[in-house]
Design a protein around this ligand. Structure first.
Ligand code: ADP
Length: 162
């Protein structure tokens, strides 16, 4: 293993990317040499933004974070991680809400590929309640979302809702 680069994958829908995601990305980038942000096409979630739009937003928001790249994926997470040469999958964990789902997914992924570890990170306490789903809901009812997303993302959401 010696001098080998440590590569991590941070998968998600990022519909849209929030301060919670950005905090996990910054923390995760410190743990690996290269962090690949995997943006899922995930049509089952009926995203507000197309995968191209989400990739563009993520790229713009992480432009200042070293060692990070953004890649679209539409396959089994473990296959995607392996195709990127990753040995770690990063996930963010919010209180109890995420636990059941993440626990099951990590457990099943472990059985699919034992060479890749799932690592859970906590966002800053102030950012933990943030969820893309609620950001969209608040925006739809005309609420301010500037505490949860960057000004550029807030503008993208406003444009989408026009
Ligand atoms: P998914 O559709 O896979 O849930 P998301 O884009 O919603 O993708 O989230 C990607 C990852 O980021 C998940 O691990 C999720 O738990 C995590 N995450 C999202 N928001 C936060 C937050 N506020 N704090 C910590 N982790 C978060």
């Amino acid at each position: 293993m010696g001098g080998r680069e440590r590569i991590g994958v941070y998968p998600g829908t990022f519909d849209p990317i929030t301060f919670g995601h950005l905090d996990i990305i910054r923390r995760g980038a410190h743990l690996v040499d290269r962090l690949v942000i995997g943006v899922t096409t995930n049509p089952s979630k009926e995203p507000m933004f197309t995968v191209e739009e989400r990739m563009q937003m993520v790229r713009r928001e992480v432009a200042d974070v070293a060692g990070v790249s953004v890649v679209e994926f539409d396959s089994l997470l473990m296959d995607f991680a392996e195709s990127q040469g990753a040995t770690l999958i990063l996930r963010g964990l919010r209180a109890v809400a995420d636990f059941e789902y993440e626990y099951q997914m990590a457990g099943m992924n472990q059985q699919l590929n034992d060479r890749i570890e799932t690592v859970f990170l906590m966002a800053d306490v102030s950012l933990q309640p943030i969820a893309s789903r609620l950001v969209k809901e608040i925006a739809r009812y005309g609420g301010a979302i500037d505490k949860f997303v960057t000004p550029a993302v807030a503008a993208d959401v406003a444009e989408k809702l026009k």
